[in-house]
Design a protein around this ligand. Structure first.
Ligand SMILES: [Zn+2]
Length: 195
C-alpha cells in the first residue's frame, strides 16, 4: 500500500520522476528517491524482529567488494543477516580506509577470512589517473586520494590480495582469496594470486 507522502525540505531533484512508474510501486507520488527508500524502511521495520545478534559476524568473514549496483553480495554469496562484514568502495580497492575497516573487523570483531570481489565491466577500467588532474583543473585542488583505476581486473585483484597479505596491522592474512564477479552470468571466477 502507498504510504502517506513524507514532508521534506529536500529540493526536489526529480530523480524519482525519471524512474518508470510500473517498476516503482512503492514510490509516493512526487517524492524523491530518498523518500521512497525511507517509506520502504517503514515497511521493513514493521516486519522486523530483533534477531538478538551481537556485532561479531557469524562466519568470521569480511568481504571487500566494488560498490557496483549490479552486485548483490548477500544473494550472490548466499549470505544471511549477521554473517559478514561488507566493505565496499569504487572498484573494491584495498585503500588505507579499507585497511582501517579490516583492522577493526579482525582485531575488534573477530573476523579471520578476507574475500575480495572485483567484477566485469567495472567503471574504473574506463578511468585513468588523469581523472585527478582533470579535477584539479576544474576545482583548483588535487585530491589526496588515488583514483586506483586499472586496465586488467585480474591483476588488480592480485594487487588487492597482496595489499591485504602484506599489511602489518592485520593479524589474519593467510585466508585471503580474490574473485571476479561476472555481471552477466552471476558467477565468481577465482584469481590465482601467483599467476
Ligand atoms: Zn566496479
Amino acid at each position: 500500500m502507498p504510504l502517506p507522502a513524507v514532508t521534506t525540505n529536500v529540493v526536489d531533484m526529480t530523480t524519482s520522476a525519471s524512474l518508470p512508474a510500473e517498476t516503482t510501486p512503492q514510490a509516493s507520488s512526487g517524492g524523491s528517491v530518498t523518500d521512497r527508500l525511507v517509506a520502504a524502511n517503514r515497511e521493513y521495520a514493521a516486519e522486523f524482529t530483533d534477531p538478538g545478534m551481537d556485532a561479531r559476524p557469524v562466519l568470521h568473514v569480511a568481504v571487500v567488494a566494488c560498490m557496483d549496483a549490479r552486485l548483490d553480495l548477500h544473494k550472490a554469496l548466499g549470505l544471511e543477516l549477521g554473517d559478514c562484514h561488507t566493505i565496499r568502495n569504487a572498484g573494491g580497492v584495498v585503500t588505507d580506509d579499507t585497511i582501517r575497516s579490516l583492522t577493526i573487523s579482525q582485531r575488534a570483531l573477530g573476523t579471520r577470512t578476507v574475500i575480495l570481489i572485483h567484477h566485469t565491466g567495472c567503471g574504473l577500467e574506463s578511468l585513468t589517473e588523469d581523472f585527478r588532474h582533470e579535477l584539479e583543473d576544474e576545482v583548483g585542488q588535487r585530491p589526496a586520494w588515488a583514483v586506483e583505476a586499472f586496465r586488467d581486473v585480474d591483476q588488480d585483484v592480485r594487487q588487492s590480495m597482496q595489499r591485504v597479505r602484506t599489511n602489518p596491522f592485520l593479524p589474519h592474512r593467510d585466508d585471503v582469496r580474490g574473485f571476479v564477479f561476472d555481471v552477466h552470468t552471476g558467477l565468481l571466477r577465482e584469481i590465482d594470486p601467483a599467476s
